[in-house]
Write a protein that binds this ligand. Structure first.
Ligand code: GLY
Length: 382
């Protein structure tokens, strides 16, 4: 494993997608370079910044200042914060505002925000005039290590999460690690689940490094940048081999089949952030793998211990209002899982573990096995 980076270094990770390749720039204060980088990449382009009210308070002016210093015109579109904007109504608001701002084919949409803003602005960019270019400026840890990279964009349907969307790769990602200083500890922890995911699914040495360094990542500094760069490299490598998720990209869904069902059962509310659902989902995937004899019980316990040490929920019972109808009911959770995109011909696709650092796609999991496993987990005190 490479040595952690010096604090001041900006790191560039390339997502190698041929003519659609792009760079992820990671480092403290790299947001200030946004305008100059866009001027280089798309001379003469105009921009519209899509952000949410909360991010706007902290980072909109700095973003606009960087653009205007490079002579780039920008307009702003501010949506309400939270999953509630990732809807038909949110898409209409952003699309109409982009049309009003006269964003044309050779202009750029800049998504300044977390996963919700990135997915929403990215989808609007994908369909505006049949596609305009997108720059992702992720402001949450989750968005920096996952949702801003790889081109998945979309909105939720009342019937399920991310059921409408498009693959639309950005032309540039600017991940300023200083921006993460304004996140709440809970939001930062939720994003950390996606960092740990890269270790669990494909890199045991990184997982061990995280076990030893997670406190420094939370404090900021070089460990944080190293964790983000390593996560982005892992994702970039997978996306460049399987952009459209016909194969190995599905490994990135580790913890998500359970996690999405839990998010749906809690109404996509603040009771459970996405990353928290992924943390519980990863522990369930590890325990389910152990029950199927694929990994040892101590390995499953190691995944759980690390996420718990990082302050993440790891049990179904950790979810606020756990006893409420729908959440503590294995059949209701099975119904929610059946609506997930990972279902084919009635069989559930799960990402399971053969070892820490070696995840596999299990495309044909018998639903009754999952139901029995969940029933047993739900019956436990913890
Ligand atoms: N978040 C999983 C993926 O981008 O494929």
């Amino acid at each position: 494993m490479t040595a952690p980076l010096k604090h001041s270094d900006a790191v560039t990770v390339e997502v190698a997608l041929g003519t659609r390749a792009y760079d992820i720039i990671i480092g403290r204060d790299v947001l200030a370079s946004l305008g100059a980088r866009i001027a280089d990449l798309r001379p003469g382009a105009r921009t519209a910044i899509v952000t949410d009210r909360n991010v706007a308070i902290h980072w909109l002016e700095k973003t606009e200042a960087s653009l205007s210093a490079a002579g780039i015109a920008s307009s702003r579109i501010v949506v309400a914060e939270g999953e509630g904007s990732k809807t038909y109504a949110g898409l209409e608001q952003v699309s109409e505002a982009l049309i009003k701002a006269r964003i044309e084919r050779n202009d750029l949409v800049i998504a300044l925000g977390g996963g919700v803003v990135g997915d929403l602005a990215g989808f609007a960019a994908a369909i505006l005039r049949r596609g305009v270019d997108l720059v992702q400026v992720p402001t949450s840890l989750l968005a920096q290590v996952d949702s801003s990279v790889g081109g998945k964009t979309g909105i939720n349907s009342p019937q399920g999460k991310n059921l409408l969307g498009a693959f639309h790769q950005p032309v540039l990602v600017i991940a300023d690690t200083a921006v993460l200083d304004t996140l709440s500890p809970r939001q930062f922890r939720a994003g950390y689940a996606e960092v740990a995911k890269y270790g669990v699914l494909g890199d045991e040495a990184f997982f061990t490094w995280l076990e030893n360094n997670h406190a420094d990542i939370f404090k900021g500094g070089a460990a944080r940048e190293h964790a983000i760069a390593t996560s982005c490299r892992a994702k970039a490598a997978i996306v460049s081999r399987d952009e459209r998720e016909t194969g190995e990209r599905a490994l990135l869904n580790l913890g998500h089949t359970f996690g999405h069902a839990l998010e749906a059962a809690t109404g996509f509310s603040d009771r459970l952030f996405h990353g928290e659902g992924v943390a519980i989902g990863m522990v369930l995937a590890a325990q389910f793998s152990a029950q199927l004899g694929m990994i040892s019980a101590p390995d499953a316990a190691r995944v759980e211990r690390h996420l718990a040490e990082a302050g993440l929920p790891t049990h179904l019972q950790d979810i606020a209002g756990f006893a409420q109808e729908g959440l503590a009911d294995a059949d209701a959770l099975m119904t929610l899982m059946a609506q997930d995109k990972k279902v084919k011909h009635g069989k559930l696709a799960f990402i399971l573990l053969e070892a820490i650092g070696r995840a596999v796609i299990a495309p044909n999991v018998e639903p009754s096995l999952v139901r029995d496993f969940l029933k047993e987990k739900l019956a436990r005190k913890k």
